[in-house]
Design a binder for this molecule. Structure first.
Ligand code: IPD
Ligand code: CA
Length: 333
C-alpha cells in the first residue's frame, strides 16, 4: 500500500506541485472563508433548535451510532458548490458524497477532502465540539487544513511549510517552549469509541485504554499509567488539541480521511507527528496514509526522541483492529 509513491517521483508531479505553490496562500484564504461560512450555517442550526425556532434534527442512517442530519448534507452541498464554481478543475472527496455512493478517486490532482460536520453526534446533542473540516492535497500530500468549530468560535488553519494557527493569529502549539513529553506515563491521551460497536472492536479498544491508564504491577506489567483519557467526539478536534499541545497523544481506529485530512496538516505544522494507528513500529517516521482509518498523533516537543519514544510506547499497547474500506481507485496498490 503506497500512497506517497509519486512524491517527488517524476518531473511532471514536481512541476505540478511547484505551479500550485504560488496559489497556496490563495487556497488557504479561500478555505478559511469557506469554513467560516459553513460554520455559520452549522451554528444557526444549533442556535435555532436551542431557541425553539428550528426544526428538529432529522437523523438518517442505518448505523444507529453513525449519525447524519439534514445539516450535514446541506453544508456539504454548500461547500461542494462553492468549490466547483471557484476551482472547477479540482477534485472533491466528501463524507456525504461518499455516503451517497459516489466513487472515491484519489489522484495527484489538487483534491479537497471535506467533512461538513465532524462531531455529528455532538451536533445532535448540542455538545460544543462540532467542526467543519476542509483539507486539500496536491500529489496526494496533505497541503492545507482548516478546521472550524463555530460553537466555540475556534478556527484552526495550516498550510504546508507555513505553520499552524488558532484564529489566524495565534501560532500553535500554545505552549512555548513545548513542555517535555517524558513518556506515556506523563501523557493525556485522547481517543474515541468510534462508530463500529461490534464486541470485538469495543473489547479491543477498552483493553487498550485499560493498558494506557492502568498502574503497572506484577499482575499487570503492561500498565502505562498515563495521566488520563479524553474524548471530544470529533476526530478533527482531537487532532487540533494535539496541535494546540493541550493533549499529548491521540489514537483512533475507524474514522475516515475526511475526519483527519485537514487536521493532519495542522498537527504536522505545529511540530507534531502523525502516523498510522496500528502496532507496526516501522511506520513511525513515514508519512501517514490518510486513507488508513487508523491514526496516531503525538504533540510537539522540543526533543524529537521523546515524541518517537511515546509513539513506540503507544504502538506497544495498540491492538490489531480491523477497519475495512471499499477500495480507493488510484489510492492504493
Ligand atoms: C466521527 C467523529 C468521531 C469518530 C468517528 C467519526 P462524524 O465523525 O470524528 O470522533 O470517533 O469515527 O466517524 O461522523 O461526526 O463526521
Ligand atoms: Ca461528518
Amino acid at each position: 500500500m503506497i500512497l506517497h509513491k509519486s512524491l517527488f517521483g517524476n518531473n511532471k508531479t514536481m512541476a505540478m506541485a511547484e505551479a500550485h505553490q504560488d496559489y497556496i496562500q490563495e487556497y488557504l484564504d479561500f478555505a478559511i472563508q469557506l469554513a467560516k461560512e459553513a460554520g455559520a450555517i452549522i451554528k444557526a442550526a444549533v442556535d435555532s433548535r436551542m431557541a425553539g425556532t428550528g426544526s428538529s434534527v432529522e437523523v438518517k442512517k442505518n448505523n444507529p451510532t453513525d449519525l447524519v442530519t439534514e445539516t450535514d448534507k446541506a453544508v456539504e452541498e454548500f461547500i461542494k458548490n462553492r468549490l466547483n464554481k471557484t476551482y472547477p478543475d479540482h477534485k472533491f472527496i466528501g463524507e456525504e458524497t461518499f455516503a451517497s455512493g459516489a466513487k472515491t478517486e484519489f489522484t495527484d490532482l489538487p483534491t479537497w477532502i471535506v467533512d461538513p460536520i465532524d462531531g455529528t453526534t455532538n451536533f445532535v446533542h448540542g455538545y460544543p465540539f462540532v467542526a467543519v473540516s476542509i483539507g486539500f492535497t496536491i500529489n496526494k500530500i496533505p497541503t492545507i487544513g482548516v478546521v472550524y468549530n463555530p460553537l466555540l468560535d475556534e478556527l484552526y488553519s495550516a498550510a504546508k511549510g507555513k505553520g499552524a494557527y488558532l484564529n489566524e493569529t495565534k501560532r500553535l502549539p500554545l505552549f512555548h517552549p513545548a513542555p517535555p513529553l517524558i513518556d506515556l506515563g506523563h501523557c493525556l491521551v485522547s481517543t474515541e469509541a468510534g462508530s463500529d460497536r461490534s464486541k470485538a472492536v469495543i473489547d479491543a479498544k477498552i483493553s487498550a485504554i485499560h493498558n494506557i491508564v492502568c498502574k503497572k504491577s506484577k499482575e499487570h506489567p503492561f500498565g502505562a499509567e498515563a495521566h488520563s483519557i479524553r474524548t471530544t467526539g470529533s476526530a478533527a478536534i482531537n487532532l487540533c488539541h494535539i496541535a494546540k499541545g493541550i493533549t499529548d497523544v491521540y489514537w483512533e481506529v475507524g474514522c475516515w480521511e475526511w475526519d483527519v485530512a485537514a487536521a493532519i496538516v495542522i498537527v504536522m505544522e505545529s511540530g507534531g507527528l502523525v502516523m498510522e494507528g496500528d502496532h507496526d513500529k516501522t511506520n513511525i517516521e513515514r508519512p501517514v496514509n490518510i486513507f488508513s482509518r487508523k491514526y496516531l498523533a503525538i504533540r510537539a516537543a522540543e526533543d524529537r526522541q521523546e515524541q518517537l519514544k511515546v509513539a513506540a510506547q503507544m504502538k506497544d499497547l495498540i491492538p490489531e483492529i480491523d477497519a475495512p474500506r471499499p477500495p480507493v481507485p488510484g489510492g492504493f496498490e
